[in-house]
Design a protein around this ligand. Structure first.
Ligand code: NAP
Length: 491
């Protein structure tokens, strides 16, 4: 528990971050003392009415008055400012909020600070929160505050402060984790590169194939139609392929676990990355499918989708003397209606799956409901999407069975079928029971599993001792990327 004296907190620096932090701490019920090199020149109280209530003093006085000090200055000034006060900081908690301009694998600002003031307990925290978010308390970005320090009690004290300020502290352990914490604000969508790259390559492959089929081999469409008619097909095929790729790895994970007869062996690297990218893949497929829905709605007419509508042939007599009134009402064929129905249902269910990933909705669901929406409903959306493709494709396959292997509807439904069949296999009661047993911790005592387990433990120990203890890229720190929101949380 935090002691009463810790209700007074010192902040060194009077810059943008220091002012926002001071205001937030004050509004959270703390007494705040601000330390400046030139307190007489730091007119901070004029900028905000909250700040009028804070005490402003010299750096030295501030350090002497409190036991927890936030260092709201840039790392290059650490030595200048603290060099003369090393003794006065003995036993105190110094929170380093600084960020770097570029990542460093070998050292962090916080570790450097700890070498400057070895008798103090340096805590890395709050660097991932912007001054704007501190001051305005809007839900503009993540509320997570990552915390690292070699002193367990200091970590607890700073975690309590973060909680009192309405943030979520995430304890990452020793100060070496500061390397990863400092890297965090420098990252730009780190989890999206692979899924986006995969989608772009897939899209290009489908588009080139369509151009080959429609323009080179069969000359079916005019080049004018490439922007909507043809592109829409490429987008649709990419969307359904990416959607099946979103759900496929959960079955691969089950195969992996059944093969080794345990859940205590790490997934192969490629499978692990694939599983972690399901959220991104799901959102990409949803975006593509939304574009497909919009484009299809725009071109919904007998001119574009001839086989979806009944056609009426009207023969006008050669030597017509009188005008005839001809009524020509065309309604949809069963194919058009069935394709619309399955497409609309699939898209609506997919919307529900996506909405359930919003934090406010996800928080209102229990684990079973979450799994039901993400896994069961997601697979139903995929099934309906495949039926949508089949409805459009089967009449053509029956008419021309020899060309089925070239049909885009056939090719784009292979992977979704594989995904659905594997899922079906793993829902067979006996198989499902066996996988559930493994996921609850049961292990098949087989040489294969034991040998793999022993090898992995050795590898882990070796990695821990030699490399990962110092490497911010290692998997030793808890994974704090956006794992909460996933399209299928089977594992
Ligand atoms: P800033 O506006 O430039 O303020 C830095 C303060 O450091 C100055 O006001 C100054 O206060 C003090 N300082 C102490 N020694 C200094 C020296 N030798 N030379 C110049 N200034 C000295 O910077 P900031 O934006 O508040 O950022 C402060 C720290 O917070 C940085 O490490 C930054 O990486 C981190 N941070 C900032 C944000 C943000 O949104 N701004 C977000 C996360 C982390 P006195 O003159 O009163 O001593």
């Amino acid at each position: 528990m935090m002691k009463e004296q810790n209700r007074t907190i010192g902040i060194l620096g009077t810059g943008e971050f220091a002012r926002a932090l001071a205001k937030r701490l004050y509004l959270s019920g703390y007494d705040v003392i601000i330390g400046s090199r030139r307190p007489e020149e730091a007119h901070i109280s004029a900028t905000d009415e909250c700040l009028c209530n804070l005490r402003l003093m010299t750096t030295e006085e501030c350090i002497e008055s409190v036991s927890i000090i936030f260092l709201a200055i840039h790392a290059e000034h650490f030595k200048d400012l603290l060099g003369d006060h090393e003794d006065k900081l003995n036993g105190k908690i110094v929170v380093d909020v600084s960020n770097r301009d570029r990542p460093s694998k070998s050292n962090s600002n916080a570790e450097y600070l700890q070498t400057l003031i070895p008798q103090a307990s340096v805590v890395k925290a709050f660097n991932v929160i912007s001054a704007y978010a501190l001051e305005n308390d809007y839900n503009t970005s993540s509320r997570q505050v990552f915390i690292a320090s070699n002193n367990d009690l200091a970590r607890i004290d700073v975690s309590n402060i973060a909680r009192a300020m309405n943030f979520t502290p995430i304890d990452l352990g020793n100060l070496v984790a500061a390397r990863r914490i400092e890297k965090h604000p420098l990252l730009l969508f780190p989890d999206w590169g692979r899924p986006c790259g995969f989608t772009i390559v897939l899209f290009i492959i489908w588009l080139l194939y369509l151009i080959f089929i429609y323009y080179v081999e069969q000359t079916i469409y005019a080049w004018d139609q490439i922007f909507v008619k043809v592109l829409n097909k490429a987008i649709c095929m990419t969307g359904i392929t990416v959607l099946s790729v979103t759900y496929l790895p959960s079955s691969f994970a089950a195969i992996f676990q059944v093969y080794y007869g345990t859940k205590h062996i790490r997934f192969a690297g490629w499978l692990d990355k694939w599983l972690k990218n399901r959220k991104q893949l799901g959102l990409i497929s949803f975006t593509l499918i939304t574009i497909h829905v919009l484009m299809s709605t725009l071109i919904m007419s007998p001119t574009y989708l001839r086989s979806w509508y009944h056609s009426t042939k009207i023969t006008i007599p050669y030597n017509m003397s009188r005008a005839y009134e001809l009524e020509n009402i065309n309604w949809m064929t069963w194919k058009g209606e069935a394709a619309c129905m399955t497409g609309i249902f699939s898209f609506t269910i997919l919307c529900l799956v996506c909405v359930s990933t919003l934090p406010s909705v996800a928080n209102s669901l229990n684990w079973r409901e979450w799994r039901f929406v993400q896994s069961k409903l997601g697979h139903v959306a995929l099934l309906l999407a495949v039926v949508h493709v089949l409805v459009m494709g089967i009449p053509g396959w029956l008419k021309n069975p020899k060309r089925i292997y070239k049909s885009i509807t056939f090719l784009s439904s292979i992977l979704p079928w594989l995904t659905l069949l594997l899922k079906l296999f793993f829902t067979i009661p006996y198989v499902d029971g066996y996988v559930t047993k493994i996921r609850k911790g049961w292990e098949r005592k087989e040489r294969r599993c034991q040998a793999k387990c022993v090898r992995q433990k050795k590898e882990d120990l070796g990695v821990m001792n030699a490399k990962d203890a110092a490497n911010p890229e290692s998997g030793l720190f808890p994974e704090y990327t956006i794992q909460m929101v996933s399209f299928d949380e089977n594992e």
